[in-house]
Design a protein around this ligand. Structure first.
Ligand code: SAM
Ligand code: SF4
Ligand code: SF4
Length: 371
């Protein structure tokens, strides 16, 4: 494995300047990018640290004991995050997802949740507030997060076989504790809980049916994610990607499936229902079926850079504006300006020269901007 790991190019050291446009762009909730895509979903990374070392995300060989995480002063404070998020909501965001690194490692995260829960969308409704976690600390934190106003959680879980799971997280973390976290989240009312499984051919594809059997009929929505070429450190290879169509066929061989309508526009997962009514499964096919056409997601990195695509090489430095004394109107204008110029559609270009010259090995790491 180690020889396939590509050295990390530190994209954290570069940033694009977030410019103030000459004419202000007021937040009307009607913003659209160059491809007519609105801004609806904001993913906020609250830490670049993680207690797991999933090889597809933070391989141990790179994220070792000498790896320099961001110093605390670089991170946006909860107040700064909330202030920036308010401007995103004014531009039309309806859903906020907290992510990382491992978001539950950020101290007092429930305080941030309670601040974000006070915000309102352009429709006057509270934003949908969710969190993606590896589940390791969920049993301890589920209740406090719910009380603070978190609505749902998505838990990442790559298998049920303890040995496979310990190998995949690469820190010998037992699967039983993640299952306890999922149970605690349900008990606390953080449902419907979703479980995300990244499928890597030859590593955990034999767990697909075990996972389907375990979660069907439970009210938990299991979703299969194609292993993606995010970042530059995981040594990604196409032959380790198992296309969703193949995963779906494997499940359907035991449990017939019927297609379901998307729950919301721009949704990443294709939904399928068990024909016998035992719930649904989702497939996130970022590699084999690009869904850039209605991608309405913006990503805010741990230290306040705005990324317009998961595969972007650079982000726009909103923190410089926040800490440089910009007013709320100026902040909203800058965000509007950046989104209006957005043309990103990496997954549609994957494998072409345009994709390679566009980002290539300079791509930002997933653990830094979140999933
Ligand atoms: N630590 C949290 C977790 O694992 O849920 C949140 C951050 S993690 C970067 C967000 C999601 O990205 C997880 O579901 C993870 O499995 C997924 N992910 C990370 N690297 C990936 C890759 N190379 N391909 C597909 N999904 C990936
Ligand atoms: Fe950590 Fe999540 Fe990345 Fe795994 S996928 S290393 S849990 S940030
Ligand atoms: Fe959105 Fe970029 Fe993913 Fe396309 S590749 S769906 S633009 S994040």
């Amino acid at each position: 494995m180690a020889e396939r790991v590509i050295p990390l190019v530190d994209q954290r050291l570069t940033a694009l300047r977030a410019m103030l446009p000459e004419r202000s762009i007021p937040a009307t909730g009607l913003l659209a990018d160059t491809r007519g895509r609105p801004l609806r979903d904001l993913r906020i990374s609250v830490t670049d640290r993680c207690n797991f070392r999933c090889s597809y995300c933070m391989p141990k060989e790179v994220f070792d004991k000498d790896y320099q995480y961001l110093p605390h002063a670089s991170l946006l404070s909860f107040e700064e995050i909330t202030r920036v998020a308010r401007q995103f909501l004014a531009h039309g965001v309806h859903k906020i997802r907290l992510t990382g690194g491992e978001p539950l490692l950020r101290k007092n995260l429930e305080i941030l949740v309670s601040q974000l829960a006070q915000l309102r969308t352009v429709d006057g409704t509270p934003p949908e507030l969710t969190l993606t976690t590896n589940g390791s600390l969920l049993a301890r934190k589920a209740r406090a997060l719910k009380e603070a106003g978190l609505q749902r959680v998505t838990v990442s879980l790559d298998g049920l076989d303890d040995a496979v799971f310990r190998r995949m997280n690469d820190v010998d973390f037992p699967v039983a504790e993640v299952l306890e976290g999922i149970a605690a989240a349900r008990e606390a009312g953080l449902g419907p809980v979703k479980v995300n499984m990244v499928v890597k051919r030859g590593t955990n594809d034999h767990e697909i049916l075990t996972m389907a059997r375990h979660f069907r009929g439970s009210g938990i929505v299991l979703r299969f994610i194609e292993y993606m070429d995010v970042g530059a450190t995981n040594g990604w290879r196409m032959d380790e990607v198992m296309p969703s169509a193949e995963v779906r066929a494997r499940i359907a061989s035991e449990f017939p499936l019927v297609p379901l309508d998307p729950a919301a526009p721009g949704e990443t997962a294709q939904r399928w229902g068990y024909a016998d009514g035992a719930g649904e499964v989702g497939f996130i096919s970022s590699v084999t079926q690009a869904f850039c056409g209605d991608c309405n997601r913006a990503r805010l990195s741990t230290e306040g850079k705005l990324y317009l695509c998961l595969f972007a090489a650079n982000g726009y430095d909103l923190r410089a504006l926040v800490r440089g004394g910009a007013s709320d109107e100026e902040l909203a204008s800058a965000i509007g300006h950046i989104w209006q110029g957005r043309d990103d559609h990496y997954s549609e270009l994957r494998g072409t020269l345009a994709a390679d010259t566009g980002t290539g090995a300079r791509r930002v790491e997933m653990s830094y901007i979140g999933g």
